[in-house]
Design a protein around this ligand. Structure first.
Ligand SMILES: [Zn+2]
Length: 466
């Protein structure tokens, strides 16, 4: 990032903490030019929604005060003039930056600025201290507060902190801390550099898009992350030894992401999106179409015979036990052959190499098969040994009578018979998911969920789905 000498110290008051649903009630900006001249601006904003008594008390900004104030649309231009071309400096900068960005977005304005967070700066300069909130900084550095929780007063405090650290630590130490904070990978030139400021620090899935082609706008790659920001930036860090990763970074033209409440939500969505969108660069999670499993069928007279079932059709609420999940029928037969050989089972009666009744199978000719094919071993005994051999591959049966939930943060993931129905944040959405058709059984989802059984709670009183 180029060194910015024009600065804007920014603080906002809002109706709450959520940048998507809450609104701005006051903007305070301290502009500092390259020549050192300072201008201050404070503006009340009508949030066009009620301010709660709690927030009224906290900020001292009441519903009565903003009633006559202009809405954000009328002050947007004035704010923009004071922010453009400046380094955006705020305490917990993602909060203020996020709110402003969203307010501008509602007006169709794409606001982007290089951002500096003074919490991070304080942490970098004073790592020996635990607390870096504004009150701690006031106390530690003897800052003079005109008022707390009013926008301009807090912006002034951040400006004071900025001046203080230059005296306290010297410009060189501040510069060096800034460089380490702003150390960001050089994004390829065809990517919007502003994206670095937008990336959230939470969990989620991300999608890399290439040049739009005749196939439409499909992603090249879908990935998941505990921290979207650091994971996405790592793709562009330039220290990739793998040529494939390098090529992906070079092909990417646009990045999109979905924030999730946690890691399980990210894993489930990643697996689902990869199946839906078939990104060309995802190797590990692939199509489910050929995935199959062995089930035992009663062949009469005590014989149990393995039969292949396509995994997409598996129904864990009614079906019998399943053994293994294989990428293809070929892989399934290879796995069965290994078991048949290791357990001295019959090639013919396991279905691998069917022969007319009474004819010895190939394994019996080489004395590997114990002779079920020629009547030397009873059907019951062979069936029992076959079951014992298969048991290591047995899939976990669905442990609930109906659907179950995994709660994670403010999300609930809805699961039924190892099928991931979706993630919801409220009751209405939950019912809609229950009523929707079930997706096919998916091997990757099954594997993800297998590790989460302990967190699943049966859904009380849920109607079984269609
Ligand atoms: Zn045999």
């Amino acid at each position: 990032m180029p060194r910015m000498t024009a600065l804007a110290f920014v603080d906002l008051e809002t109706t709450g903490a959520n940048a998507n649903t809450d609104r701005i009630t006051e903007i305070g900006i301290v502009e500092v030019d390259a020549d050192g001249s300072v201008r201050e601006w404070q503006q009340l904003v009508n949030p066009q929604t009620r301010i709660s008594p709690f927030i009224e008390n906290l900020t001292g900004i009441s519903n009565a005060m903003v009633a006559a104030a202009p809405p954000f649309a009328e002050v947007a231009e004035a704010a923009l003039q004071r922010l453009r071309g400046r380094l955006f400096i705020a305490h917990n900068a993602r909060f203020d930056y996020g709110f402003l960005k969203n307010e501008f977005k509602r007006l169709g304005i794409d606001f982007r600025a290089p951002v500096l967070c003074t919490v991070k700066l304080s942490r970098a300069l004073y790592p020996e201290h635990q607390r870096h909130n504004l009150d701690s900084l006031i106390e530690r550095h003897g800052l003079q507060a005109a008022a707390r929780h009013r926008a301009l007063a807090d912006a002034q405090l951040i400006h004071q902190f900025w001046q203080k650290i230059h005296v306290d630590r010297g410009s060189e130490a501040v510069e060096s801390a800034l460089r380490s904070l702003n150390a960001r990978p050089a994004l390829p030139p065809h990517l919007d550099p502003g994206i670095v400021d937008d990336l959230p620090d939470g969990a989620g899935v991300y999608l890399f898009y290439g040049e739009a082609s005749e196939h439409g706008d499909l992603p090249l790659y879908v990935g998941k992350a505990k921290n979207l920001r650091s994971r996405i930036l790592a793709h562009f860090a330039g220290d990739h030894r793998a040529a494939r990763e390098m090529a992906l970074a070079q092909q990417t033209r646009r990045i999109d992401w979905i924030e999730t409440a946690g890691e399980v939500g990210a894993l489930l969505r990643e697996a689902t999106l990869v199946k839906q969108l078939q990104p060309t660069q995802n190797r590990l999670l692939r199509r489910n179409d050929d995935v199959c499993t062995w089930q035992l069928r009663d062949a009469g007279d005590g014989w149990q015979r393995p039969e292949l079932t396509a995994a997409g059709e598996l129904d864990f609420s009614t079906g019998g036990a399943c053994y293994g999940l294989f990428a293809s029928p070929r892989e399934a037969r290879q796995a069965l052959r290994k078991l048949v050989e290791a357990h001295h089972l019959c090639d013919s009666l396991s279905g691998l190499d069917p022969r007319p009744a009474g004819k010895p199978c190939f394994g019996h000719q080489t004395r590997r098969c114990k002779g079920a094919c020629v009547g030397k071993e009873s059907s019951e005994r062979h069936s029992m040994r076959l079951l014992a051999a298969l048991v290591t591959l047995k899939l976990t049966s669905w442990p609930f009578a109906g659907p179950a939930l995994i709660r994670e943060g403010d999300e609930a993931h809805l699961i039924d018979g190892w099928r991931y129905l979706g993630s919801v944040r409220d009751e209405a959405a939950l019912q809609a998911l229950l009523d929707a058709p079930r997706p096919p059984f998916d091997r990757d989802i099954y594997r993800i969920l297998g590790k989460q059984v302990g967190r699943m709670q049966p859904l009380p009183g849920a109607r079984p789905g269609a």
